[in-house]
Design a protein around this ligand. Structure first.
Ligand SMILES: [Zn+2]
Length: 365
């Protein structure tokens, strides 16, 4: 049987830098032996001294991990695609990511996608995302990140669940009223996916702690419900050189954009927060309950795409969603050389604690 085998980066020095190679065999074991014949040294990379497959090497046949099939004896047919995937960074790096059969089944609809597959799923498992806010935007964000298997999910929120939250903050339930939102959200997403690590941050984000928390993550999702936090998170993400997926909602309207370090920031759009009193207070600001569901799901999509390195993020684009008109449009935005934070002559060079106040043309929560 002639099959095609995907060779991961660490093994390509053996295959002359080829990503895909042809091999023959009647089963997985036979194919691996054939590869060792064709590319001397290959066997040492995948077999131990007893000629058993090394524990940190997973083999996939048509994107199914072989432990969920018949192991090394899994038969192969002409045209099958195999992938040999070692755990990344054995030894010095973080704990190697080996997918258990439970994970292979859980993520099967990802693993069969060309754009995700075993490699992409590993990127998600190795990913670290911080959700600022476990409210309206944070609810769909956290649920979809957990379901997708993002390995480390941070939740920053210091509020407790109130009955009036439940109209839109779908991660919480009636029985959670009075609990810390981070606890309620953590319980919910660990129930969805026990394979993930959830880190809770219960202190309000301030200039004192933001640079201890934000650098720990790859991608920051801003679902803050006030300007003080929105600007703080923007500034900290810029200073820590992290990707920021910003989302905001008001009444029937939403905005989403993704900032890459050095390529624009929220202050390029709105250099500083409006003074307190210029905008309605939180309690006066309404929002259609389903709106943050749409906007938060888009933020989660952006973060997952960024980790997968797939598609076109909302980079230098601002997505505007009008739920009443049911209209999506994007407008081009760009880094402002005069931006007080990321411009050529910045005036904001350290974090600022703005006076806490709510509301805005784009207040969320
Ligand atoms: Zn800027």
């Amino acid at each position: 049987m002639s099959v095609k085998v995907y060779i991961p980066t660490p093994f390509r020095k053996i295959t002359g830098n080829r990503t895909f190679v042809d091999a023959d065999g009647i089963d997985v074991n036979g194919v691996l032996r054939d590869l060792d014949q064709r590319f001397p040294g290959f066997g040492e990379m995948v077999f131990d001294g007893e000629q058993e497959l090394l524990e940190h090497v997973n083999v996939y046949v048509n994107n199914h991990e072989i432990t969920s099939l018949e192991g090394p004896q899994t038969p192969v047919a002409d045209g099958d695609e195999l992938a040999v995937i070692p755990a990344i960074a054995g030894g010095a790096g973080p704990t190697p990511t080996v997918m258990t059969p439970e994970m292979v089944e859980r993520y099967s609809r990802h693993l069969i996608m060309d754009q995700v597959g075993p490699l992409g799923q590993r990127k998600l498992i190795d990913g670290k995302i911080l959700a600022v806010g476990a409210g309206g935007l944070g609810s769909p964000v956290l649920v979809y990140l957990a379901a997708a298997g993002i390995g480390t999910i941070g939740i920053a929120d210091f509020d407790v669940v109130d009955r009036s939250n439940l109209q839109r903050q779908i991660i919480h339930g009636t029985s959670d009223i009075g609990r810390m939102k981070v606890d309620s959200a953590k319980d919910r997403i660990l129930d969805m996916n026990p394979n993930i690590n959830v880190v809770t941050h219960t202190s309000p984000l301030t200039s004192d702690n933001a640079m201890e928390i934000i650098p720990e993550y790859d991608v920051i999702i801003n679902g803050a419900d006030n300007f003080a936090t929105r600007y703080l998170v923007n500034d900290a993400a810029f200073l820590a050189e992290k990707i920021l997926v910003d989302g905001s909602i008001f009444l029937f309207e939403g905005q989403v954009t993704t900032f890459f370090p050095g390529e624009g920031c929220y202050r390029c759009l709105y250099p500083s927060p409006p003074p307190p009193g210029m905008v309605p207070s939180c309690s006066e600001a309404g929002v259609l309950g389903v709106l943050p569901g749409t906007v938060g799901a888009i933020q989660a999509t952006e973060a997952i795409k960024v980790l997968l390195e797939q598609g076109e993020p909302l980079k230098n684009r601002l997505l505007l969603y009008d739920a009443l008109a049911m209209d999506f449009r994007t407008v081009k935005i760009r880094r402002d050389p005069g931006c007080p934070l990321c411009g050529d002559a910045p005036t904001v060079t350290e974090l600022i604690d703005y006076e806490e106040f709510c509301g805005s043309p784009f207040h969320e929560n």
